[in-house]
Design a protein around this ligand. Sequence first.
Ligand code: B12
Length: 471
Amino acid sequence: MRVLLVHPPQPQARAQRELENLMPPLNLLYLAAYLRREGHEVKVLDLYAEPRGPAEELSAMAGFSPEMAGFATYPGSIDEVYRLSAALKTASPKTFVVLGGLYASYLPEIALSQCPADAVVMGEGEATLAELAGRLAGGVSPAGLTGLCLRVPGGFSRGAPRPPLPGLDALPWPAYDLINFDAYRLPPTRAVTGGRVSSVLSARGCNFNCSFCAHHYGYACHVRVRRPEDVVEEMAHVAQTYGVKEFRFEDCAFTADPSRAEKICGLLKERLPGLAWNCDVRADTASDRLFAAMRAAGCSRVFLGVETGSPKLLGAPGANKAIRLDQVRAAVRLAKKHGMRINCSFVLGLPGETRQTARESLDFALELDPDYAMFSVLMPVVGSSIFDQAVKEGKIDPAAYRGGHYLAAYSGAGRVVPMCDLPAEELVALMLAFNKKFCSRPAYVLRRLLAVRSAAELRSLAWGAAHIFAR
Ligand code: B12
């Protein structure tokens, strides 16, 4: 059958878009590859990377005459999915419309009650979507399908949850041929080569349970890894076929298993010398040996979720991050030692946050002195335990709540839901002040300027400074 997969647009100011990660939608590309292997014809429409006006959106969707259409859902663009699915249903009432991704997976009945979609694929999507397509193609009712929440007369019927795939090695590579690589780029704070970019996934899941993170819901909170050889083979294929020069590992924690990460690095060094890539690391996995291997294999930037400089908040159930400040110090020191740029991210407003603990975060960022530090305000995200807590405390009505994008609070567009005793306005003011404070230190400004290697980098630095100091 003909299946259309849509990545929704992200409504945001142009300024926000400049800072955005515009990377290939691996979720849809994995689904597409799986469906194609089962004999279906698939089109991927990435309106996030290539936004269009409403009429063009509709013609791009309906022009394919899809028998089934799937929309990815994210908290900050769920209204776009409601709008697009309604437009498609009106234009093409026979198209079976399905939603997927963490937002709809966690709140399927709410999502179905706010738009005319027929069903929600809950959790990891490949097997459920393929079975659904198979049933629809064969004229068999999807009722009772594992992993599916279906609209039925007078309500919704939730099938049993589908367990995550036991392993990843049987999955086909993402269907990269369905996207236009020219539409993607990393933001200035992440890009290194200025060449074509791609995302890649070497593992799914996470073994931790940070209170502000939604990931454990989708993947039942355990890591499943791919064979290092297959990961590197895929990257070589993408580099050679599409001229990609730079990758971002979208794994929740690329370094979760340091010996496997080292193996990937060894293969990359051998197979793809000169490639640039970046990834997220957990502070408690950093080691001299691992960082040396990563640098030698082309890793140029690492991202570290520090979250807070308050040891009290970091380990408390409010964050449940399970790392220590001394591990963060060591990770930042090692990244600097090995010449990898390091971005540290902090969140203000964790449960228990006070002016004092917020100040500790600023002081810690100044002490660490990474290449970039980003302070954001906590926005409870659908699927996280903080979200559940906010609902329980009556601070959020799940049907009305729009989680918001991390840049939304920055631009003043997002509604902050305080999970601590500090009011929303103060959290936003602290965020703006801390980002300014971090970036306005003369030694830091000088270091950033001295690190500039191209006119494009200088432009993006000037743009970043203007953005931070504009508010
Ligand atoms: C890349 C990424 C982004 C990109 C997304 C664009 C892109 N090109 O992919 C950007 C940077 C824009 C982004 C933004 C945000 N993200 Co993000 N992001 C990720 C990340 C790192 C990788 C996503 C990925 O490719 N995963 C690999 C694929 C295979 O897994 P998957 O996405 O879960 O998809 C599977 C299923 O969910 C399902 N599925 C997904 N889509 C669909 C669609 C259909 C039709 C079907 C049937 C099934 C289905 O099937 C897929 C295959 O099994 C994940 C973390 C992670 N490692 O997964 C976080 C993650 C998805 N993001 C998250 C968050 C919180 C955000 C932000 C809200 C952050 C913020 N505070 O602003 C924003 C939201 C933006 C918005 N519009 O609201 C959360 C989940 C949020 C949620 N509840 O939906 C995650 C899980 C991170 C986390 N640890 O909490 N993100």
